[in-house]
Design a protein. Structure first.
Length: 372
């Protein structure tokens, strides 16, 4: 895989692919002139509110993940409009997964030239042709996402930037929560995406657009004729997420409740409040029972943990997985319940869990070890 950084020299006007408007001269000073006295101030206010909710400031640097699609282009323009004098603290990042041939290359070209026009550095990574398909053990989407986030974390670390910013919005949140429900989830999955969460030590993932709807994104871009790319694979029904977006949610709106998105996201907010309350309680439990805690090893006092009801033990152990940043995709309630019950066994137990974690009980200790 190749990683490159584009320069910041002003580029000439660039004609994007078919059905996409051309990129015009949107350097900071000209962009500001175009945005003055427009009716799109609600977008900027919502974006600013999203950054505030995530407790994110541009001062130390923001790495903006830009695919070239409408959402990330709105994020790029909107963020620059909020901080027009902070070009040195804003860097564009793009991953060319090379999954759509010439279209993928055109996306990368589009983003690089737009970054040049805006006077921003652009970090690029180009995957080797077919490498994602060959390396994928799970879904293609998951493999691409893994490579993308690895690049974003490596780039933010190299630049010493504390935040990676993505363009997930209100509609994405509704899709995420519904997707989690369909495949099976607990309260944390019902809460959906967080406005911010740790990616690795010193780097936070920030999602400032979670309260902005897709229709508002397009209205904002149309207000100053901003060009963007359209990913045809977003409509491929072989991907579950796409079927939720293009088939299930439209059906729910048409046949059951036109405001179903609002109700799903509202449910997610209630779940988030409950998670926050339960997390606070579970943190106290963990502080009481943890004897040793490193990135790869956790030692728990079984006697102290047994004092709590099984449901509390399950939730606290699940929270420990989150705090340890151990793989959770294949961990189910059955696994957490197993750990919550083995602490009361009179005989020693051991076994393997998803994500390379092994448990072992001995004397009054529950020991969890993750293979690096």
């Amino acid at each position: 895989m190749e990683s490159t950084t584009s320069g910041t020299a002003t580029a000439s006007c660039y004609q994007s692919a078919r059905n996409v408007q051309p990129v015009r001269d949107y350097r900071p000073e000209n962009l500001q002139k175009r945005l003055v006295n427009t009716e799109m101030t609600n977008f900027h206010a919502s974006l600013a509110g999203g950054y505030a909710t995530a407790d994110c400031q541009v001062t130390d640097g923001l790495l903006l993940a830009v695919s070239g699609g409408a959402d990330s282009i709105a994020l790029l323009h909107g963020t620059l409009a909020l901080w027009p004098d902070a070009a040195q603290q804003l860097v564009v990042a793009h991953v060319n997964h090379r999954l759509r041939g010439a279209d993928s290359d055109a996306d990368a070209d589009f983003v690089a030239k737009l970054a040049d026009q805006l006077g921003l550095p652009c970090e690029m990574m180009t995957a080797e042709q077919g490498s994602i398909q060959h390396s994928s053990r799970g879904s293609l989407e998951a493999a691409a996402r893994s490579i993308r986030y690895e690049f974003l974390m490596e780039t933010a670390s190299r630049l010493k930037f504390p935040a990676v910013v993505t363009a997930h919005h209100f509609d994405d949140q509704a899709e995420t929560i519904l997707h989690n429900i369909i495949r099976g989830t607990g309260l944390r999955g019902l809460a959906g995406m967080q406005s911010s969460r740790p990616l690795q030590e010193g780097i936070t993932l920030v999602r400032p657009m979670l309260e902005i709807r897709s229709i508002d994104v397009h209205e904002y871009l149309n207000s100053f004729d901003a060009g963007y790319r359209t990913d045809s694979s977003n409509n491929e029904v072989r991907f579950t997420r796409n079927r939720i977006r293009t088939e299930l949610l439209p059906s729910l709106r048409a046949d059951f409740n036109v405001a179903v998105d609002d109700h799903i996201v509202s449910l997610g907010r209630h779940a988030k409040d409950a998670v926050r309350m339960l997390d606070g309680f579970a943190e106290q439990v963990l502080q009481d029972v943890l004897l040793e805690q490193t990135t790869e090893i956790c030692t728990i006092d079984r006697t102290k943990l047994m004092r709590w009801p099984e449901d509390v033990r399950c939730y606290s152990i699940a929270l420990l997985w989150v705090r340890q940043d151990w793989p959770r995709k294949k961990m189910t309630s059955r696994h957490y319940q197993l750990l919550a019950t083995v602490v009361s066994d009179t005989v020693s137990r051991q076994g393997d869990l998803p994500g390379g974690v092994r448990f072992q009980t001995s004397n009054q200790i529950l020991r969890l070890t993750r293979n690096s």
